[in-house]
Design a protein around this ligand. Structure first.
Ligand code: ARG
Ligand code: ZN
Length: 468
């Protein structure tokens, strides 16, 4: 138990990359160019992500026609080679690729399962920036995952929803599909007139021609691919300004304007402001939220700047500010400061769950201390928050035990130091990636005390820790 935070995993990932590199060395040509890895080596998502390059920007233009369920897309992916590349992979599920160009020159391309393998005419030197353009089309499919529920492109009654964690993006565009490679996005979606096409970030100009309307979105802060979304359908879209930035909310037109869904979304700005008062400045340049009614969507997801809420959260007929708080808290914890590897998912869910306790106290409900006590009594300590296992990615050890660890930290270091730790974390790591190790190191630095044994006991120890 000496290596509880699993530096061993980082070593394993590195080893996997070395092994892949060694295999690739066999293909090395005289110039030293070699194929990029087909996988980033994260054991929670075999096959996801690719090696040898780092994406900076995705420019996507997709057209979707609900009656035929056909999607036509053009993607321009701008990246930097991190190794000398003879060829490289993008993740792409289904869909037919018509043409690929690298820096304007036609490139060879072939499919290998959920991979698109691109061989540029000339090798790409390490450090060189390149743009790969992909033209593709087809009927998008979900990427079913028995353990984790639905993920990917879903054709709904009035349109579609592309959504999912730990992945979904590859079902509608070619992508380096792992949160360790964040990028900015320009997304253009063309749909039949009368339908809305919602996505992440700041809305751009909308234009119509020949029965089709093009909606434009720009996300200028680095975004992990699983945080992208595309929602097409018959929506009541409200666009306004909050704290000087655009706020876009969308509720299915079939739902009443005063129903629990619309009322919940209406407090988005207020809840984001509350969280900013605890966590530091809101990290993005737009706000919002989208409600979907398709019963197959059994969860909400913190898609960047504009979470998507499934129908299950509003069944009681009353607004659900807890789920709004949870998804907005992810904008700091998970989105702005993103995971480097899925085994650290408690860094997302522990803090988002803790935010629900903070909101409840702020809103006049039970105190965070009381929530902590109740949850403490109910916890199964045999399950760890860190490296919970793939099938427990969204389990209570990640969400609730993670929140308990956050509150235990607060009780130990005191409110001032605790909120200073949170604000330092969201400021220093803004727009980047981080690990559990990074958080422990930062908490120790900011507080000036040893916290590893405490966090170790609360996050992974096999028995109930003493109350701080
Ligand atoms: N991160 C989401 C949330 O807690 C949960 C996503 C659950 N995903 C799933 N495939 N079951 O807000
Ligand atoms: Zn969450």
């Amino acid at each position: 138990h000496s290596a509880r935070f699993r530096p061993a995993l980082a070593v394993a990932v590195a080893a996997a990359l070395v092994v892949t590199g060694c295999i690739s060395l066999g293909d090395e040509d005289g110039d030293g160019f070699r194929p990029g890895a087909a996988d980033l080596g994260d054991p929670y998502v075999p096959g996801a992500g690719n090696g040898g390059y780092d994406v900076a920007h995705y420019r996507l233009a997709v057209r979707y026609d609900p009656p035929t369920d056909r999607l036509t897309g053009r993607a321009a992916v701008t990246a930097t080679a991190t190794t000398p590349l003879s060829r490289f992979n993008l993740d792409l599920v289904g869909l037919d690729v018509a043409a690929v160009r690298v820096d304007g020159a036609p490139a060879r391309h072939e499919r290998d399962g959920d991979e698109l393998v691109v061989t540029p005419r000339d090798g790409l030197r390490r450090g060189s920036r390149f743009t790969v353009e992909v033209e593709y089309a087809g009927v998008p499919t979900a990427k079913p995952d028995g353990q984790l529920g639905s993920g990917g492109f879903l054709h709904t009654d009035d349109g579609a929803v592309a959504l999912g964690q730990p992945y979904s993006a590859a079902t509608w565009f070619p992508v380096n599909d792992h949160p360790s490679d964040k990028a900015t996005y320009d997304i253009e979606v063309t749909v039949p007139d009368g339908l809305a096409a919602l996505s992440n970030g700041v809305p751009g100009g909308r234009t119509s021609a020949g029965g089709w309307t093009t909606w434009r979105w720009a996300e200028k802060a680095p975004m992990a691919s699983y945080l992208t979304t595309l929602v097409v359908g018959d929506y009541r879209v409200e666009t306004g300004t909050h704290a000087g930035r655009p706020i876009v909310t969308a509720v299915p037109a079939s739902l009443p304007a005063t129903g629990p869904e619309a009322l919940s979304l209406a407090r988005t700005g207020e809840i984001a402001d509350f969280l900013a008062s605890r966590f530091g400045p809101y990290p993005f340049d737009s706000y919002g939220g989208i409600v979907v009614t398709d019963s197959r969507l059994g969860y909400a997801l913190e898609t960047q700047s504009r979470p998507v809420y499934g129908p299950g959260f509003f069944r009681g007929g009353r607004p659900n500010y807890g789920v709004v708080t949870h998804e907005l808290a992810h904008q700091w914890f998970g989105n702005s400061v993103a995971l480097s590897r899925w085994s650290d998912i408690w860094l997302n869910e522990g803090f988002a769950s803790y935010a629900e306790w903070l909101w409840e106290e702020h809103d006049g409900g039970r105190t965070a201390q009381r929530s902590f006590e109740l949850e403490y009594a109910a916890t199964d300590w045999s399950r760890p928050s860190v490296d919970p296992g793939r099938s427990h990615l969204f389990g209570t050890a990640v969400y609730k035990r993670g929140a308990l660890a956050v509150h235990a930290l607060r009780r130990t270091v005191g409110d001032d130091t605790f909120f200073r730790i949170l604000r330092t974390w969201t400021a220093e790591r803004r727009g980047g990636n981080a690990t559990t190790e990074d958080l422990v190191a930062l908490a120790e630095r900011v507080s000036g005390r040893s916290l590893r044994p405490l966090l170790d006991a609360w996050l992974v120890g096999g028995t109930a820790p003493a109350l701080p």
